[in-house]
Write a protein that binds this ligand. Structure first.
Ligand code: XIL
Length: 346
């Protein structure tokens, strides 16, 4: 019995699917994905820069492979992501002379993108991350080309275009650090604006790129409550838990004698994760999953941002080249203690 089977009566348990694995699948990886998870998100394959790299070119090859795999494994799929400031080519916002597009021209381009991508996979997607990361940490609107060129209503437009293509799929707003009260208040404001425009999101996605030091469970709980009170479901969309110190905390540690010592503090577990840290990782994941279980009437999905430690983006974020242990399977595709702990929880 896989992890997702265990949680079947509570919520879906998913994973991000790596583009490398879609291009040349390894047996171990495919087995884990197929046996343990029942909903997939493309880690990169459906982002604008990959799926629509040039004005007249759509590249669906990798995404198509993910849909094939999901078909074989009986998994659902989340579309990630239609509108984002990151991993979006510069040409999107410019005309042929390299001048900024007008509002009307960018809206037309956005509509074409949303319609083309969503139409191809219509009827095969549980829900779409329509807009990703539109907020600053204080809950105000992030300054992006979308906002600068289209204006405040770019989210409304994006959700309206998406709803026109598919009346049946779910539509989401997705962001990180939504455990912060100010930022989740911003997300609630967006939900109200979208609702007033007739395109209320079905859920808000909390990315949940966490660490063993951060955040407090109470913060996460209060945010889940605030979103439920706003009348939307909550999806945990990109969960991972780094065991490594934040660079800022390393610097704040002061009295670092040498660059070698700094290196050691930045990347302390290159020879494997000590038992105590292994336990701390398990405890963090258990506390989070317990919280999600408590709200399972409104939390309908928990997606891990990857399968195994070796391929996790956390090895390179927020600092390049670290050895991290953020996920449920180790570098040899073996389940870690945290995996067993999560299975025991239900
Ligand atoms: C990350 C991927 O994991 C990396 O492979 C890529 O290089 C950068 O993007 N928020 C999101 C995800 O919504 O799409 C990001 O994924 C992580 C942060």
């Amino acid at each position: 019995e896989g992890l997702a089977d265990k949680y079947q009566s509570h919520f879906l348990v998913g994973t991000a699917i790596s583009s490398w694995q879609l291009a040349s699948p390894k047996k171990d990886y495919v087995n884990i994905v197929c046996n343990e998870f029942n909903v997939y998100t493309a880690e990169n394959a459906m982002k604008w820069q990959r799926i629509h790299p040039e004005p007249d070119q759509y590249k669906f090859d990798l995404a198509d492979k993910m849909f094939e795999l999901a078909g074989q494994c009986g998994a659902q799929i989340i579309g990630h992501t239609l509108v984002w400031h990151s991993q979006t080519p510069d040409w999107v916002f410019e005309d042929e002379q390299g001048n900024p597009l007008t509002r009307e021209a960018l809206l037309a381009r956005l509509k074409d993108h949303i319609t083309t991508v969503m139409t191809r996979y219509k009827g095969k997607v549980k829900g779409w991350d329509v807009v990703n990361e539109a907020l600053n940490e204080d809950g105000s609107m992030r300054d992006t080309p979308w906002l600068r060129i289209i204006g405040d209503d770019y989210l409304i437009k994006a959700f309206q275009f998406a709803r026109e293509v598919d009346p049946d799929t779910e539509l989401y707003y997705n962001d990180y650090n939504l455990n912060k009260a100010e930022k989740v208040a911003g997300a609630v404001r967006l939900v109200k604006q979208l609702e007033a425009a007739g395109v209320k999101p079905d859920a808000v996605g909390m990315q949940a790129h966490y660490s063993v030091f951060y955040p407090e469970i109470e913060e996460v709980e209060q945010s889940i409550q605030a979103l439920i009170a706003a009348g939307v479901n909550v999806a945990i969309t990109e969960l991972d838990v780094t065991v490594l110190p934040q660079p800022s905390s390393v610097e704040a540690g002061a009295d670092i004698a040498s660059s070698a010592e700094y290196e050691e503090r930045l990347n302390p577990y290159t020879d494997g994760l000590p038992e105590a840290q292994q336990q701390k990782l398990s405890q963090t994941y258990e506390a989070l999953f317990s919280l999600f279980l408590k709200y399972d009437a409104h939390v309908d999905r928990v997606t891990l941002w990857g399968v195994d430690d070796g391929s996790s983006w956390r090895n390179n974020f927020p600092v390049q080249g670290r050895t991290d242990y953020a996920l449920l399977f180790d570098r040899n595709s073996q389940p870690k203690p945290v995996y067993h702990a999560l299975k025991r929880l239900v």
